[in-house]
Design a protein around this ligand. Structure first.
Ligand code: NAD
Length: 321
């Protein structure tokens, strides 16, 4: 009898074909809400979750479940304690979207460097103001400060060093100099990142330790012509402090892919500023990242159900087989 894998939402063909070619039976779920999953899951052995939450009630209903694969890097939608209690292995796809997010961080840096929000706002009304009077800089030779040098931060570092000839300094209390890509200078001085950089980019996770990690003090340390980039999480930045830094021109501008409130609240005053470019959390939204997330989820499910050590276990689930 083949193992049954529940898909509350569709996955890409890369993942589907991987599982089907190995004899798994894929069950298209009747919905992605908790009650839909509770109805569909009782005889399933694995599940790939995109937006659906894996709650204690779901784990309790999932009598045959052995593995949950999160179709992406984050796993805050999975009740890990309940998974442990029910003996279910939890996996994620931590590197599936790293390249896409790293490219997006470079996009925000380039967008800021040409003051593009202002250029775009003015180019029809006053062509020569947009062309000649809005300050613009190169990335070449500038200092980039990276906070969090993991899967994404390390890719950003390499692009900045080798693609744009930037100087790269980094802060990551959980890494050593030996973990850094060649050419990156690790510092344990958080303030130094803000004081010395022309661009600061955030790539650390949102944890209790990093809530409002970047705030008034850090923005006040930054150079007046420096830019702040956030493709990590909105929670890591004190948003009123960012608003103030931008409206008081303590910094030149910002590029952010994430805000505290998502989907966005159109009343947020930050949208009225012309020295910030904001994206609706599109870091992982490329075709390549989605295809990879489906494939990596499928590989992980197969590894666990065929008794192999999984390549991408969520921390705390490394030992389960
Ligand atoms: P990762 O776990 O590979 O790397 C995170 C790094 O941050 C690690 O090196 C870790 O040591 C470091 N870190 C932890 N606490 C820190 C602290 N207090 N100060 C400095 N560094 C610290 O994660 P990743 O895949 O590189 O993802 C990084 C961030 O990007 C996460 O916040 C993730 O949620 C976010 N992300 C955003 C998108 C998007 O669409 N914009 C997509 C994927 C991930």
């Amino acid at each position: 009898m083949s193992y049954k894998i529940l898909l509350p939402q569709e996955i890409m063909k890369e993942g589907r074909e991987y599982l089907e070619s190995r004899g798994y039976e894929l069950i298209n779920g009747s919905g992605m809400e908790e009650q839909d999953i509770i109805r569909d899951i009782p005889d399933c052995d694995g599940i790939i979750v995109r937006l659906s939450k894996m709650t204690d009630a779901v784990f309790t209903a999932a009598k045959n479940l052995k593995v949950v694969a999160r179709h992406g890097a984050g796993y805050d939608t999975v009740d890990l304690e309940s998974a442990k209690r029910h003996g279910v292995v939890v996996l994620n796809a931590p590197v599936a979207n790293s390249m896409s997010v790293a490219e997006l961080a470079m996009f925000y840096m380039l967008y800021c460097s040409r003051n593009f929000k202002r250029v775009e706002n003015y180019m029809l009304e006053d062509y020569y103001y947009a062309k000649l009077k809005t300050p613009k800089v190169e990335l070449d030779g500038k200092t980039l400060g990276i906070i969090g040098v993991g899967n994404i931060g390390s890719r950003v570092a390499k692009k900045a060093l080798h693609g744009f000839n930037m100087k790269v300094i980094a802060y990551d209390p959980y890494k050593t100099q030996a973990d850094m890509p060649e050419g990156v200078e690790l510092t344990s001085d958080f303030d130094h990142i803000f004081e010395a950089s022309d661009f600061v980019t955030l790539h650390c996770p949102a944890t209790p330790e990093t809530m409002d990690f970047v705030g008034k003090r850090q923005f006040s340390l930054m150079k007046k012509n420096a830019y702040f980039i956030n493709t990590a999480r909105g929670k890591v930045v004190d948003e009123p402090a960012l608003y103030e830094a931008l409206s008081d021109h303590l910094i030149a501008g910002a590029g952010v892919d994430v805000l505290k409130e998502e989907p966005f609240n159109s009343k947020n005053p930050i949208f009225a500023l012309d020295n910030i470019v904001i994206g609706p959390h599109i870091g992982a939204a490329t075709k390549e990242a989605t295809d990879r997330a489906s494939l990596h989820s499928a590989i992980g499910i197969d590894e666990v159900l065929s008794g192999k050590k999984p390549s991408w276990p969520v921390p705390g689930f490394e030992g389960e087989e």
